[in-house]
Design a binder for this molecule. Structure first.
Ligand code: ZN
Length: 164
């Protein structure tokens, strides 16, 4: 078997990638993920997704602008946008510019383990405060989802596994 490209793990150090390749070559990546992330979630549709993210926002980002829309998006390319997208939509109401926020989460998360949905929701909510993936952004991610970095790494493993 040739070494897989691991496109979801760009930027991780070589020794980490070597461990991942070893897991894949031993055909044990699915087992690793299955043992660690057995729990699914019940957030099946856009309305439930909105409530789920809204509740998280109420708890951790109460003062951020209101969420306009939260949806699963089957057109989001997992390769390019594995971590969802975030957009600011400006609407002009009678001359007064009002920003509202829309969060789109790739459909792959509908059937993903519960912690990965939590992680991606934290990521997108953090973008309401920080546009870039900077230090403050990740601090906010960890505030919302305390195991954020491990979850993001394991999510990348999960996507790698799905890709087959
Ligand atoms: Zn982002």
């Amino acid at each position: 078997m040739s070494a897989p490209a691991l496109k979801y793990l760009n930027g991780y150090p070589p020794h980490v990638l070597a461990q991942v390749r070893a897991l894949i070559e031993a055909d044990r990546l699915g087992e690793y993920l299955g043992n660690k992330y057995a729990q699914g979630h019940a957030v099946r549709n856009d309305s439930q997704l909105y409530d789920y993210v809204q509740e998280m926002k109420n708890r951790y980002l109460r003062s951020a602008p209101p969420l306009a829309k939260v949806v699963y998006d089957s057109k989001l390319q997992v390769v390019k946008q594995a971590l969802g997208t975030h957009t600011t939509i400006s609407r002009n109401h009678g001359g007064k510019l009002k920003a509202s926020r829309e969060i789109r989460i790739a459909s792959v998360f509908r059937d993903a383990p519960a912690p990965f949905l939590e992680m991606i929701a934290a990521h997108e909510l953090a973008h309401m405060r920080e546009a870039d993936h900077n230090k403050a952004f990740y601090a906010l991610c960890r505030h919302i989802s305390s195991d954020y970095h491990q979850l993001e790494f394991d999510l990348r493993l999960y996507l790698t596994h799905l890709q087959g």
